[in-house]
Design a protein around this ligand. Sequence first.
Ligand SMILES: C[S@@+](CC[C@H](N)C(=O)[O-])C[C@H]1O[C@@H](n2cnc3c(N)ncnc32)[C@H](O)[C@@H]1O
Length: 165
Amino acid sequence: MVAKDGVYGDRVALERFTSLYLVSNTPKGRGVFAGRDIPSGTIIDICAVLVLDPVENVEHIEKTSLYHYTYNWPMANPAGKPTKTQAVVFGLGSMFNHSTEDQNVGWKRDLKHELVTYSALRDIREGEELCISYGDHLTFVDADAPAQAGWTERPEDVLAGIELD
Ligand SMILES: C[S@@+](CC[C@H](N)C(=O)[O-])C[C@H]1O[C@@H](n2cnc3c(N)ncnc32)[C@H](O)[C@@H]1O
């Protein structure tokens, strides 16, 4: 099969910054790091997602560790009303850790094509970890944060709590 204009014409060019590496033993688990300087605005990756059926998500995925890798995903219910489910992001999108104070990567959903595009929010120096924001409700102790007394986990707020806009 050949995808060209007019035939499979709804194409999205994929892009990935090439000089990246995965480090497996950071305080946040595995993480993605810059292999060279990345100018502000550079596309880091464009990742396809699997949008989960909302019922399947609640009955199965939320009970597994996979849930901690899913993103909130808006969708319409059968009546056409806006609702939410979760989506599994393939590729590097599932490997970015969270930073509260110093996110250097932003992300944007493409609902039509079921993609997430990640890009540099500022100039990133070689060796820096690439971090996004998961939003305000973390389900883990933030490795960057000073020790807090009385931290409690809210199982309903996982990575799924990422707030895009
Ligand atoms: C999407 S995964 C990111 C990749 C993950 N580090 C791994 O090794 O598979 C999300 C998980 O990474 C960990 N994580 C991400 N950001 C963190 C942070 N700021 N502090 C501590 N753990 C973090 C948490 O365990 C979280 O549930």
